[in-house]
Ligand binder design. Structure first.
Ligand code: PLP
Length: 409
């Protein structure tokens, strides 16, 4: 075992106060909401304020807050309103909260392969999965690194298919100067504990389309026509509202967002500069014209040059006090039981029992980029509180760990 020359780094974590900022501004907002006695967004003003300010910040006409990133995706799928058995083409490397809403809305998630450099879907991987039954494309800008949206948009326009962007990990990331979330029909965001900014749980949806905006609003509100002359419950929908308490924290958090992203970008660039050229590892690949917002910082490990690959490097990093996750979610989503055993509603297998066989063909040979990308990726947690010293310590630890892995060969 190598003895590290480094002093142990105490890195800020997004799971506690070391890497989260809930200050006097959040407290004041909360105190005001409590003093008002109105904790529901249907009567209060904080969630409305959040929605107006978020729409302005990302450059969308409408924004609605909801209870989680999962419910944001759910509202997006419900707004698009697929028929049972319709197909929604998406990525197998994402949070399960981006996939289960598709099944709840009775559509079939159809998995496209990904570019192993980014673990993102591309126009080239999406195209072969489109069929007559494709009702939407859902892309995830994974780790904060935007998909190559110009090509994806061109494909979607050609086929007349709406694109939903899952921006849960990519607040303020941009493609050719435009913010993610505004490049498709609907953008979805999460305010869960570990995202760029947080209310513990929470979500946001944005759109420029008036009809979709109406359906998004209704779906979050049990499809009750608030403000209509003779309101009714117009269709099947849940209550996925955000509370005013969350809205209060979110309004204050929103003021921090640009600073959070800028800090993460600055330190990530510093790390990339220090690791550029280290044999066997590649720093994040970012498409020309795109700006990464660094929810996480991912290295790509070449196991031909570093024996044992990402797993071996993670072990060496842990010995040097650096936590990392090799293989991110470890397996593609389609290898989870909800897909392999089609466990949905009772024993019905619905809606999988309506699927074309090709739509649920999960053979690994169809997903070379997915499997190789997952095998190579090493995810480093990232945080706006990282200092230059933290980054320099991480860089030194990675360089040492790389040498150690080589030495073990
Ligand atoms: C976090 C996340 C979600 C789900 O958001 P929750 O707020 O946890 O429900 C969906 N998609 C992606 C890519 C995520 O990272």
């Amino acid at each position: 075992m190598t003895t590290s020359t480094l002093t142990r780094l105490e890195l800020p974590s997004d799971q506690d106060a070391s890497g989260r900022t809930f200050g006097p501004e959040e407290l004041q907002q909360l105190a005001d909401v409590l003093a008002s006695g109105t904790l529901t967004s249907t009567k209060g003003s904080r969630v409305k304020q959040l929605e107006e300010r978020f729409a302005k910040l990302v450059g969308a006409r409408w924004a609605y807050a909801c209870s989680s990133g999962t419910s944001a995706i759910h509202a997006a799928i419900a707004a698009i309103d697929p028929e049972p058995g319709d197909e929604i083409v998406t990525t197998p490397i994402t949070d399960m909260g981006a996939l289960t809403p598709i099944l709840y809305q009775t559509a079939i998630p159809v998995f496209a392969d990904v570019d192993p450099r980014t673990l993102n879907v591309t126009a080239a991987t999406l195209e072969p999965k489109l069929s007559e039954r494709t009702k939407a494309i859902v892309v995830t800008h994974l780790f904060g690194n935007p998909c190559e949206m110009a090509d994806i948009r061109a494909l979607a326009v050609e086929r007349g298919i709406p694109v939903v962007e899952d921006c849960a990990q990519s607040f303020l990331a941009t493609c050719d100067g435009a913010q993610v979330g505004t490049l498709g029909a609907i953008g979805c965001f999460s305010l869960q504990q570990g995202k760029h900014i947080s209310t513990g749980e929470g979500g946001l949806v944005v759109t420029d389309d008036e009809a979709l905006a109406r359906r998004l609003f209704l779906f979050i509100n049990k499809a009750w026509g608030y403000g209509d002359p003779s309101p009714d419950h117009y269709f099947l929908a849940l209550n996925s509202r955000m509370t005013e308490l969350q809205g209060a924290v979110a309004v204050a958090q929103l003021d921090r967002l640009e600073g959070v992203v800028a800090a993460r970008q600055r330190t990530a660039v510093r790390l990339s500069e220090q690791l550029a050229g280290v044999d066997g590892i590649a720093v994040p690949w970012i498409a020309t014209g795109n700006q990464h917002s660094y929810w996480k910082y991912c290295l790509r490990i070449d196991s031909e040059r570093l024996p044992g690959g990402a797993d071996a490097l993670a072990v060496e990093l842990r010995e040097r006090g650096i936590f990392s996750s090799p293989r991110y979610i470890r397996k593609p989503a389609f290898q989870c039981q909800v897909f392999t055993e089609q466990r949905t509603f009772g024993n019905s297998r619905f809606p999988f029992n309506h699927a074309r066989p090709e739509a649920v063909d999960y053979r690994p040979e169809l997903y070379p980029g997915t499997f190789s990308g997952l095998e190579q990726v090493l995810v480093l947690p990232w945080n706006e509180r990282y200092t230059d010293d933290h980054v320099d310590g991480i860089a030194a630890a990675v360089i040492e760990a790389v040498s150690a892995v080589r030495g073990l060969a």
